[in-house]
Structure formats: C-alpha cells, structure tokens
Ligand binder design. Sequence first.
Ligand code: PMP
Length: 379
Amino acid sequence: MIYFDNAATTYPKPPQVLAAVGEALVKFGANPGRGSYDMSNATGRMVSATRDKLARFFNCPAPERLVFTSGATASLNIAIKGLLRPGGHVVFSGMEHNAVWRPLKQLEQNGVISLSMVPADSRGRISASAFASALRPETSLLVCLHASNVTGGIMPIAKIGALAKERGIPFLVDASQSAGVLQLDAAAAGIGLLAFSGHKSLYGPMGAGCLYVAPGLELAPLIAGGTGSSSHDWRQPQSYPDHLESGTPNVPGIAGLSAGLDFVLQNGPERIREKNCSNTAWFLRELAGIRRVTVYGPPPEEERVPVITLNIGETDPARAAAILREKHDIAVRAGYHCTPLAHRAVGTGGRGSVRFSLGFYTTREDIERALYAIEKMAG
Ligand code: PMP
C-alpha cells in the first residue's frame, strides 16, 4: 500500500514508537500517581517527563497545565465546554474541523452561547482583521486552527493571538495538523488553549493527545473522577494536571507519544519541515501540468503543511479513491474530511475532494506513482 493519509494519522510509526508502546506495558504497567511502589512511581515519572518535554517543545510556560487526553477531539471539547459560560460569544474561523464546529454548534443550539464565523476566502485563507471586526463586548473566546486538514493552508495565528492578548480574550488553537511539522510557540503566539493529537506529525499512537491551559484560564472539568489525589474530598482537585485528568491514563499511548516526539527531535523539526515542503511543492508543480486536475487551497508558492486536496475532472471523489485503491494500491481520503466548512469555502461543498497527505516516510517514488495514477484517471 502507498499511504497518502498522513493527515488522518501518520503511518508507519517509527520503530522506536512501536518499541516504546510495547515496553510501556512491561516497564510502566502500574497506575501512575496511585501506588507507593516502584513501578507506579516509575510510570508517574515517565508521564511527568513526557508532559515536561511536550511543554518545552511548544513553549508552554506551565508544564503541569498540559494535560493528556484521548486526542484533539477530546481536548477541544474539554476546552470549549469547560470554558464557555451562558451568554458567551465565540468568534471562530470558517475552516474549523467538526471537532470544533460541532461542540460550538451544540452550545449555540442549546441557547448557551452565540457564534460568529469568520469566513475563509476561496483559497481557504483567513484574515486576522476579519477576526477583529467580528469582536463584540461579550466575546469570550477566539478559535482558529493552525493549519487546515483540507487545504494544508497555514492560518495567521500569531496575529489573531496578538489581537486576543490585546483584548484579553482567550484564544484556542487547534494544532492537530501543525504539531510536529510547523514551528509553534504557544506563549509567543498568545495561545491560551492549545489542542493537538499525538498520532499525526508527532508520530505517536492513536488515542493520546494534549490540551494546554495557560495560567489564569479557569476550565470546569468535563470529566470528574479519581485522580489519586485529595481522594477524601468530593470536589475535583483544583490543581493541575489533576483538575482535568481523571481516571487511568493511556500510559502506552503517552510512552509512544514521548518516543514520537524524540523521533521528531532526533530528525530535527526543521529538516522534517524542509523535506515535507520540498516533496509537497514538487507534487504540486507536477500536478499543475496534468489537465483536468483542480487543486484547492493556497497558491503553490505559499508554504503549507503536507496536505494536497484535489479533484479530477467531474469524477466523484469516492469513485476516484476507489480507483486509486483498486488499480494503484494507493490509500487516500475522499469526501469532506470532517470539515464541511472548509469545503464550502473552497467551492467543493457539494462533493468534497480527494486528499493526498504526506508524511516523513513518503518517498519521491510514492509521489511519482500517485502522479502516474492521477494522470491516467485524468485521461
Ligand atoms: N482538528 C483537525 C484540524 C484535524 O485534522 C483532526 C483530525 N482529523 C482533528 C481535529 C481531530 O483529531 P483526533 O481525531 O485526533 O481527535
């Protein structure tokens, strides 16, 4: 199989990630923070060291406030539902994934909050000044993803973060597609809430992600329960990470995420970015020479994460994906990629698109095979 669905989850995982997940079940097979014996303590230290390492990587000044979740969807729900109060108003981008759009719409439909969407242009770009124009006195949250899972486009989060800082409004960033591939400094970008998954460009296993909550932001916990601390008290602990981390954590997932981040650091985030950029740029250049292929998103000269969304003539995206799979053994994603808003923006609201997303292990030969298949389908 030639794998082009890295935006959904990266595959394969690096060998050290596979090893770390297996080893965790042996070396870290006890609940962290609960027992008073060696293996429980060792597990607690591994979880805590992973938290510190991730916080350093994303420049989150208070590491204990970086909490482990089951993934970006959980992180985004915890942030949105924990922060917003009745009467609140949220300004969000018209490129958001359903992991943001649906919880926001749920709260709106239940009469809790009101919403303003900042529309994207036909290339899926968002302007920070449009965020400024949508602000109201009661605006209580700004939300923008860092990079689009549909177009690969990179959003102006530093500018939106500066606006949020200036107005004292919390800023939530969905970094699912950028964590590990783009430079991301939470403190410098004015990010109050940072959500990401571990299983994409951080090369961890599925089922582990993070939410960072900057000091000063108060979240009501979406999930309450055992934390191994203050167990006599019915109240959820106020201190982090326990405030938002109840129940037995995904220890093998966290160990795998730790090894995934080590893999990124060993290869050099800068080098990985360059490799992605040159492969994506080359793919785009070659696509431009194939007739009947429409590529959506920012112009090819603009930097993007390694995501390419296209359609081939009038071919239905699901049909195109089936041909790619059956005739060429190529795995892509077809349809709406859980992000109907972005498809409306770029003009594919009626049918979606075919998405090729690249990863560390994508080779030039893989891209050549994809180009050959696309060319054949385009006739
Ligand atoms: N946001 C974006 C932009 C995404 O691409 C994804 C993954 N498709 C998510 C959120 C949800 O991530 P997860 O499936 O890890 O919860």
